[in-house]
Design a protein around this ligand. Structure first.
Ligand SMILES: [Zn+2]
Ligand SMILES: [Zn+2]
Length: 703
């Protein structure tokens, strides 16, 4: 037997003393003990804090399971956000969560930034820490890590600033040979084509690059990682993130990128649409299409599938956009080092999981065998599917088309209009009404909401998501109602100020003043941060000022709390005047990952009001109502691609290759639900990597 690559092997589930200082037990012991058996439980509020000065060594490290011949299964997450970009906690709190939940490695991959250099944030005004209650988030950080660790300084305005520690300083609290490793990463985040590429174990920051097309943009960013690897000699791994996020990437975009061998087949963020829709393939099918094209048509080598968290919201966050612990990889390697992990990943020596734990993945030239690690305390049952494409498959494909439900309902550049956007859950309709004051005219469009899908409950951004869109123009009288309002309702009160007490009114920003960078809520306690906007005297109503913003700035961002829409009907109303000089895309309102009611501008064209459920359309695709339009989506292929060769109910299965398969992979589906408030019925799964009959696992090439 090979010696373990560390000294102090212990049994799983035992809470180990650690060399790290200043960390407390985050969660109940039961949650930790279950982790190794493939369950993920949210025991968020069973934590008890220990005084770190008394119990400095309370962090439970999870020993890895053995994987034969001196190998171990290392559990890790390759996609994680902190306050360095748009995550909502300090990096130490984030790392501590992963240590306490049985992970062995963690890559912090913030958007277009490395956790390095000097950075201070104001906990009272930081929009991301605001999801943790701002100062409350700081208090939790202090409680966990102590006043001697947390660095604060007075800010210029009499407040307080906190230092975000660089990875090079805090990793020492957590890293432990053979137990926990931190890896520097970056989510290279490109805006024009919405291409996000994770670069794992990079050394220097890589700025995003934009190409002419989606394909070219993926290629440029992936190749930038390869170039740095070659220049430094340091192993690095680029992977394409969440292809279905904003429907950015199709199989046809992805397949021809020579240097791309890894993508996210599962991402835990609720807005990334792993499952596709009526027009877009789910990521499992996208994987099969890409594999078939690369291996049988393009001769471009393997594509491996990763599961990741893409976590942004930790512990006490009021947002459920992306919690940690939802997707991970189990890497079979001897040593817990970046080089060994990357080498194992490149060799396909891993599987991806959203809850199912495997004992064995036996991939040879003539068979693929899978054994599930079962939990005696669980009555979960499993289906093991062997999936692939055979030689002689039908390679033909057809474009995806749809009959347009929506169209342009008004052109309203440069003048005041009253917008009423309604999600009517009872009628299952999403409606946009626009009153054009200049012509005294109402316009209306509506679509059917998709049935049966759980509604989003995250924060609302006004106007638009702060990291993606700007709004150019003026806003006034922003109102949020927890009910479906009618046109007549608007006609009755759009031309006067509200009292704030009206039935169903949950937030109201007349936008007449700014206090400390916030606009006060006239109906409740939902102040919104003002970024880049200024108040002007000119007004559509008596007594009301307006907020003026220019393209690239943001007026109101992320009000929270009571106005979270949940599953209720709701209505958003506001007076809007667009600025024709501002250019680009503008969205007066948007929910991340939810249905969208766009008020958008086609680049180079006039303004268009569009109601869409974010399904049939991308931003620039719409015709006249009733017109059949081609949708930018993965084309439709025959069922020969991604055929299920064999399906077994049980906890182990073997598939012997016929020899005519181009590749074979296994997908394991548990009867256990994967807790997901945004996709009811999601099951825990595992995905093994594709095997080539006659060869076995193949290595992703160096590029
Ligand atoms: Zn992303
Ligand atoms: Zn991300």
């Amino acid at each position: 037997m090979n010696p373990a690559p560390w000294k102090d092997v212990t049994t799983p589930g035992v809470v180990r003393a650690s060399v790290a200082l200043a960390v407390s037990v985050l969660i109940g012991q039961t949650a930790i003990a279950h982790e190794g058996h493939g369950h993920h439980h949210h025991h968020e509020h069973t934590h008890h804090s220990l005084d770190y000065s008394l119990s400095a060594d309370a962090t439970p490290y999870a020993p890895p399971e053995t994987a034969g011949d001196g190998y171990y299964w290392w559990k890790g997450n390759l996609h994680t956000h902190t306050l360095w970009s748009d995550g909502d906690h300090f990096p130490e709190v984030v790392a501590q969560w992963y240590v306490a939940h049985g992970y062995h490695f963690l890559a912090l991959s913030d958007h277009n930034v490395l956790s390095e250099g000097e950075r201070w944030i104001n906990p009272a005004t930081d929009v991301h820490l605001a999801r943790q209650g701002g100062i409350e988030g700081l208090e939790l950080y202090k409680e966990r890590f102590g006043n001697h660790w947390v660095e604060t300084r007075p800010s210029g305005d009499g407040g307080l600033e906190v230092r975000l520690k660089p990875l090079g300083e805090f990793r020492h609290l957590f890293e432990k040979p053979g137990r926990f490793l931190m890896i520097q990463a970056e989510e290279i985040t490109e805006g024009a084509h919405v291409i996000h590429v994770n670069a794992t174990n990079i050394r220097d920051l890589i700025p995003p690059q934009t190409g002419e097309t989606v394909e070219e943009t993926i290629r440029l960013n992936v190749n930038a990682v390869h170039a740095q690897r070659r220049a430094t000699g340091q192993p690095m791994l680029p992977h394409l993130n969440h292809p279905n996020f904003r429907w950015a990437v199709t199989a046809e975009d992805m397949a021809p990128v020579e240097g791309l061998n890894f993508f996210e087949v599962y991402n835990g963020h609720r807005g990334v649409r792993n499952y596709g829709d009526d027009y877009r393939v789910d990521l499992d099918r996208m994987w099969d299409i890409v594999l078939t094209k690369r291996l049988a048509e393009l001769n471009l080598g393997i594509m491996y599938g990763l599961a990741v968290d893409d976590a942004h919201n930790y512990e006490h966050s009021e947002s459920d956009v992306s919690r940690p612990g939802r997707g991970w990889v189990m890497v079979r390697a001897r040593y817990l080092t970046p080089e060994h992990l990357i080498s194992a990943l490149r060799g396909g020596e891993f599987y991806s999981s959203s809850g199912v734990i495997l004992d064995t993945v036996d991939a040879t030239s003539d068979h693929l065998r899978v054994e599930i690690a079962t939990d005696p305390n669980s009555d979960a049952t499993y289906i093991i599917q062997f999936v692939g494409t055979r030689e002689g498959y039908d390679p033909s494909s057809e474009p995806v088309t749809a009959q347009d439900q929506v169209g342009k309902i008004a052109d309203i550049t440069g003048r005041w209009v009253f917008v009423q956007a309604v999600a009517d859950r009872d009628a299952n309709r999403q409606i946009l009404r626009v009153y054009d004051e200049t012509n005294d005219e109402w316009h209306e469009g509506a679509v059917t909401l998709p049935a049966g899908e759980t509604r989003p409950s995250g924060p609302l951004y006004l106007p638009g998501h702060p990291e993606r869109f700007g709004f150019g123009g003026n806003l006034s009288e922003v109102r949020f109602w927890h009910k479906a309002r009618a046109r007549e309702d608007a006609e009755n009160d759009m031309s006067s100020r509200l009292e704030g007490e009206e039935s169903g009114l949950v937030a109201y920003w007349p936008l007449k003043e700014s206090e400390d960078g916030y606009a006060g809520d006239g109906a409740g306690s939902n102040p919104v941060a003002i970024r880049g906007g200024r108040f002007e005297g000119e007004s559509i109503l008596d007594n009301a000022s307006v907020l003026a913003t220019s393209g690239g700035d943001f007026g109101l961002v992320e009000p929270t709390g009571a106005i979270v829409p949940g599953s209720n009907s709701f209505t958003i109303e506001m007076w809007v005047r667009t600025d024709p000089e501002a250019g680009g895309w503008n969205l007066p309102f948007e929910w991340i990952g939810g249905d969208r009611i766009y008020v958008g501008q086609d680049v180079g064209q006039g303004w268009n009001f569009v109601v869409t459920t974010d399904g049939a359309r991308t931003d620039t695709q719409y015709g006249e109502p009733g017109e059949v339009v081609e949708i930018r989506a993965t084309r439709r292929y025959s069922d020969d691609i991604g055929e299920v060769f064999q399906e077994t109910a049980g906890t182990s299965a073997v598939y012997h290759f016929n020899g005519d398969e181009i590749y074979v992979r296994a997908r394991i589906i548990s009867s256990e639900l994967h807790p997901n408030p945004f996709a009811s019925g999601e099951r825990q799964k595992a995905w093994t990597q594709p095997v080539i009959p006659g060869i076995g696992l193949i290595e992703a090439p160096d590029h």
